[in-house]
Design a protein around this ligand. Structure first.
Ligand SMILES: [Cu+2]
Length: 157
């Protein structure tokens, strides 16, 4: 273990350099294909889907995705245990360097609670994606009826 004594200083330098590079480059996160699934008017919960891309050479994490049109929000992961699908909150969604994560029906998704206005197919909602470097990205997100066309997602096998 003694041979590792110098690593913390090297790691700190790397973190500082990374921080400076990130600060100069602007937000590293790019959001693509975002949409919110239309829900019945009485529904207090809606789901949003998107692809989150990390355009930087450094891993980062999405810490929060919120919206001025909703009272609360949470990133969820759907897991199947003993044949029962459950949704678990994701505190931090890790994105590897140059990596991406897909939020899609049946998997990762953004749960939006307590809509502050009625949202119908064709409406647009603002989502703000926050990462652990302190940056945020604001995207216009359409509300769409869950047809075959909008429900499709890119599956990687
Ligand atoms: Cu959920």
């Amino acid at each position: 273990m003694n041979s590792n004594n110098r690593q913390p200083a090297a790691l700190l330098s790397l973190i500082l350099l990374t921080f400076l590079a990130t600060a100069m480059a602007g937000p590293a996160v790019v959001v693509e294909g975002q949409w919110i699934r239309e829900a019945p008017p009485t529904s207090t919960v809606l789901a949003a889907y998107m692809v989150l891309k990390n355009t930087s050479d450094t891993p980062l994490a999405i810490t929060r995705i919120d919206s001025p049109d909703f009272g609360n929000s949470q990133i969820h992961r759907t897991v199947v245990e003993d044949g029962i699908a459950k949704m678990l909150p994701v505190e931090k969604l890790q994105l590897s360097a140059r990596g991406s994560e897909t939020l899609e029906p049946g998997g990762l998704h953004l749960m939006l609670f307590d809509p502050l206005r009625a949202l119908r197919d064709g409406d647009t909602v603002i989502l703000v994606v926050h990462d652990d470097t302190g940056d945020s990205v604001t995207v216009q997100t359409p509300v769409l009826r869950n047809t075959e066309e909008t429900g499709h997602a890119h599956h990687h096998h």
